[in-house]
Design a protein around this ligand. Structure first.
Ligand code: PLP
Length: 403
């Protein structure tokens, strides 16, 4: 595990200033708003982006933000201003990124099922790179680019068969996952790519999974990449870019102590382990670690009900606003923002949706909680708002920003 406790006092102070204090200071303002809503702390987002930029400075590294983690326009603008590029997984994401001013030269587009129209969108926009997941896809990109008299930049997504030791649904780099091209097939695919006239092979792409909290899978990934690059170098093939994907995890258990992900430790793994060739760029595609901690889902307690075995705190936010707990059984820290009580109660915090999986937390300790209290579900900035749905004909969650 990372040493989360190693966080500097300085960063902790920033968080306490931004989170606890800020929410409480703004409570009056927040209390008057309709719930549920996402509350984004732009100061923390900036602090996170500054940390990343500090870590990569002086290295041939570029970070692309995976906008599927959170495509909120204000968030995207903030990220674009920091100089970070965009990692995209659909045609609409390409359009959204262009719309907020991300430069096409700083865009990469991944996904196992890119449609012709989406490929056209990418080629017409002139994005830097398509991360290609199969030979069929490469052929289609080549054809579409040829029709437009262009050459599309591509990287081959390699399935490195590394277990990221994360949740089954967010492990992407083993042979039983649908992603990428098997290593055994890679030589042939590289050769084929080099023979096509309307694609330009820029490099290799990897992405092992999400919410990766161990550094070991990344160390293995570096070794794997070194071996592959050596192999191709011997054949006289050098790549201008290698994309190591994203996946760095955040501390969902204790976000107050660790508001900024362990970027130093993460980038150090690559600085130490990856043999970068002259003129080569290393691309990182971080999503969750950039936005998770800057967002909280603020909700109001609708009812508190008790039966013989349980106490249920029923919120006006549900799995339609934040799906992660229902989808992956993931846990978020939940705090009562308004209760002054020193008495702790054990309760299940649930949403109003007609699904038994609509539970934010089981046996959660909260201060004595009543109808009308405001509750914050922390670390909800990534895969929260972007996964919201209108199931039960609910409205999509609103959002507000604090600094
Ligand atoms: C989702 C995704 C990412 C970002 O993953 P995080 O865990 O949010 O950092 C990066 N690359 C690809 C190809 C992805 O699909």
């Amino acid at each position: 595990m990372f040493n989360f406790a190693k966080k500097t006092q300085e960063t902790q102070n920033i968080y306490f200033k931004t989170m606890a204090l800020k929410y409480h200071k703004k409570l009056e303002e927040l209390s008057s708003l309709d719930t549920p809503f996402y509350c984004y702390d732009l100061a923390l987002l900036r602090e996170t982006l500054n940390t990343i930029n500090k870590e990569i400075k002086g290295f041939p590294y570029a970070v692309h933000y995976a906008i599927k983690a959170n495509g909120n326009r204000t968030i995207l603008e903030e990220i674009r201003r920091s100089g970070v590029g965009a990692d995209l997984v659909s045609g609409n994401e390409i359009k959204a990124a262009l719309d907020v001013g991300f430069k096409p030269e700083k865009m990469a587009y991944a996904g196992v099922g890119k449609t012709d129209r989406e490929i056209e969108t990418g080629i017409d926009a002139g994005i830097y790179c398509f991360n290609v997941e199969s030979v069929e896809e490469m052929d289609v990109i080549n054809e579409i680019a040829a029709r437009r008299g262009k050459a599309a930049g591509i990287a081959l997504r390699v399935n490195p068969n590394i277990d990221a030791h994360t949740h089954r649904y967010i492990t992407t780099g083993t042979s039983s996952d649908k992603f990428g091209i098997d290593k055994q097939a890679l030589d042939d695919v590289v050769e084929k790519a080099r023979s096509l006239s309307n694609v330009r092979l820029l490099g290799l792409h990897f992405h092992i999974g999400s919410q990766v909290t161990l550094m070991e899978p990344y160390e293995l990934l570096c070794k794997e990449i070194n071996t592959l690059l050596d192999h191709f170098e011997k054949k006289g093939i050098n790549f201008e870019m290698v994309d190591v994907g994203g996946g760095l995890g955040v501390d969902y258990e204790n976000p107050e102590a660790n508001p900024v992900a362990r970027f130093e430790e993460y980038f150090n793994v690559f600085k130490r382990g990856l043999k970068v060739r002259p003129g080569q760029m290393v691309h990182f595609e971080l999503g969750r670690s950039i936005v998770a901690q800057c967002g909280a889902l603020i909700s109001r307690v609708v009812f508190v009900k008790e039966n013989a075995v349980k106490k249920f705190v029923i919120l006006d936010a549900g799995m339609t606003d934040l799906m992660r707990p229902a989808l992956y059984g993931s846990k978020h820290k939940i705090v009562n923002l308004t209760s002054q009580s020193t008495r702790q109660v054990t309760c299940d915090v649930v949403g109003p949706i007609c699904e038994s999986s609509d539970v934010f937390g089981r046996d959660v300790q909260l201060p004595f909680t009543r109808r009308g209290d405001l509750v914050a579900i922390l670390s909800a900035g990534a895969y929260g708002e972007s996964m919201a749905s209108r199931y039960n004909m609910r409205s999509l969650p609103q959002c507000h920003f604090i600094e």
